[in-house]
Design a protein. Structure first.
Length: 276
């Protein structure tokens, strides 16, 4: 039998806002985990459905099994909710399980804990993206895209889903957390910043299921999907990333070009003053 004494504490963060149709399944996937060293943090925003009633029943059932925190905040976007909950996390490792997500198996957190225990210097890991659409699960094996060249893959699009990504809590705080600006993809900047210093462990495995439904933030409709793509390009520009190039702001050619443009601007300013 496996001993968890030396294994990391995992903070599970759930943003709960008007997610009644899916919340019971999500919560059941947490309380059925075989891994005992966890805490569950909820960022709850006032909802118009039975979300709070379901949360309160879950807390009563499990309050003596593991620590549970219920944090209240006004609706202000997913990024703000994630950052707000992260500030209350005390675990070594953190995972974000939304109210309409659920863990794929009862041993999900045990598998993740083993990876971090076996790799003490590991900062983050990611697996394949799993979606549920009309009751059917579909695995999108983006790890195949990430393995050959992580930097090139991420410079083209956000191929990492935070639903199947686990990170050291300290790293999330160190690298600025999630985008709260609605013009950017919530997690994309965090990946780009993390990647510059720490390569993730890319695992051809699945941990969490993302349910596609009408109310999904980025996939509820074609329009929302297109908006998500537009936000991805906006994030790339903000983080100075070019497709197939990566972080171009650190390239020597980019620095030389910036220096030349500054000199040209200085010459134009000097000439203008002389003409006056």
């Amino acid at each position: 039998m496996m001993s968890f004494q030396l294994y990391p504490k995992i903070s599970v963060v759930t943003c709960a806002y008007n997610c009644e149709p899916f919340l019971e399944q999500s919560l059941a996937s947490v309380e059925n985990q075989t891994y005992p060293n966890i805490e569950h943090i909820f960022n709850y925003s006032p909802s118009t459905d039975a979300t709070l009633t379901i949360l309160e029943a879950y807390i009563r059932r499990n309050q003596h099994r593991y620590p549970i925190k219920l944090v209240y905040s006004e609706p202000g976007g997913v990024g703000r909710a994630l950052n707000n909950a992260t500030a209350h996390a005390t675990g070594d490792v953190i995972h974000y399980l939304h109210g309409d997500d659920y863990y794929l198996g009862t041993d999900t957190l045990s598998k993740v804990a083993c990876h971090f225990a076996d790799n003490p210097d590991l900062v983050w890991l990611t697996g394949n993206f799993v979606v549920e659409w009309r009751g059917k699960r579909i695995i999108l094996p983006q790890t195949i895209i990430l393995q050959p060249s992580l930097e090139i893959a991420l410079s083209m699009m956000n191929f990492i889903s935070h639903e199947n990504t686990f990170m050291k809590t300290a790293a999330v705080l160190q690298y600025g957390g999630f985008n709260e600006n609605k013009e950017d993809v919530v997690e994309y900047s965090l990946w780009l910043k993390l990647m510059r210093d720490h390569r993730p462990l890319i695992i051809n495995d699945e941990f969490c299921v993302f349910i596609i439904h009408k109310g999904s933030t980025s996939t509820g409709s074609v329009l929302r999907l297109l908006q998500a793509v537009r936000r991805a390009f906006h994030t790339q520009r903000k983080e100075h990333v070019l497709p197939l190039v990566g972080h171009y702001a650190e390239r020597r050619s980019y620095q030389q070009l910036r220096g030349l443009l500054k000199r040209i601007a200085g010459w134009r300013s000097l000439l203008g003053m002389r003409m006056l």
